[in-house]
Design a protein around this ligand. Structure first.
Ligand code: 8X3
Length: 251
């Protein structure tokens, strides 16, 4: 496989599952994340399967994003697919009780980080008149739910940017699309609830939640369509989930 895929947030959850699946299918992959030790372990594991390069940076650190992407060795520097996956939820409070540091963190990674990484990679896609950008949004990009406020706003922005990039990049033959997962059993809720494992685990109890591998599978499907096919916008929930607030849980 001569396609190179760059994945942000590759150290856990959907990003890690996607890196593993694409490595098994011999895509060349660039794994990006903030935790060097985890990236190194993953690099070691996946190098047995395919060509892997790691880039350690925080997507919200503008200078670092541009420097690291510029530092890619020539054999990894042509990026065919960008997967904008990094992002998180911090806190779960009504707007009047929200923590402004949490708001900053979500806006910095989910919006600004996605923009910086895209800005660092889009010019080469424009020059080549080819490329594929996939945004990992959320059902929170499509509806707002109690206490979701700023997180939902950041994901609505991802939805808007997905549409905006598709429009602006349309003359350049670039594919742009988003996948919007519902509840996926990852460390997402643990981060949102600031380490409260019991509360986090309860989110995924009583129903068959989506697993990160389910979304990785869909990403692999999306990127392997013939080039004239662009999956523009895809909402994915577990069968038990009907909306952000309606989940059929066994009592
Ligand atoms: C994650 C899904 O339901 O917590 O983006 O918003 S949810």
């Amino acid at each position: 496989m001569d396609k190179t895929v760059l994945i942000t947030g590759a150290t856990s959850g959907i990003g890690k599952a996607t890196a593993s699946l694409l490595a098994r299918q011999q895509y060349k992959i660039i794994i990006c994340g903030r935790r060097l030790d985890v990236l190194e372990d993953l690099h070691k594991e996946l190098s047995a399967l395919t060509a892997v390069h790691l880039l350690c940076f925080d997507v919200s650190d503008k200078t670092s994003v541009f420097e690291k992407i510029k530092s890619l060795p020539v054999e990894f520097s042509t990026i065919d697919v960008l997967i904008n996956n990094a992002g998180n939820a911090h806190g779960f409070n009504a707007i009047q009780d929200g923590n402004t540091d949490d708001w900053d963190s979500m806006i910095d990674s989910n919006i600004k980080g996605l923009l910086y990484v895209s800005k660092a990679i889009i010019p080469q896609m424009v020059a080549r008149k080819s490329g594929h950008i996939i945004h990992i949004g959320s059902t929170a990009a499509k509806e707002v739910y109690p206490n979701g406020n700023v997180y939902c706003a950041t994901k609505h922005t991802v939805d808007a940017l997905n549409q905006a990039m598709r429009i602006d990049l349309n003359p350049y033959n670039i594919r742009v699309g988003a996948i919007h997962p519902g509840m996926v059993e990852t460390s997402f809720s643990k981060v949102r609830f600031k380490g409260d494992e019991e509360r986090a685990n309860n989110v995924y109890k009583g129903f068959d939640a989506l697993q990160p591998e389910d979304i990785a599978d869909i990403i692999q499907f999306v990127i392997s369509r013939p080039y004239h096919v662009n999956i523009a916008d895809l909402v994915v929930m577990s069968t038990a989930q009907a909306s952000s607030t309606i989940v059929n849980k066994v009592k």
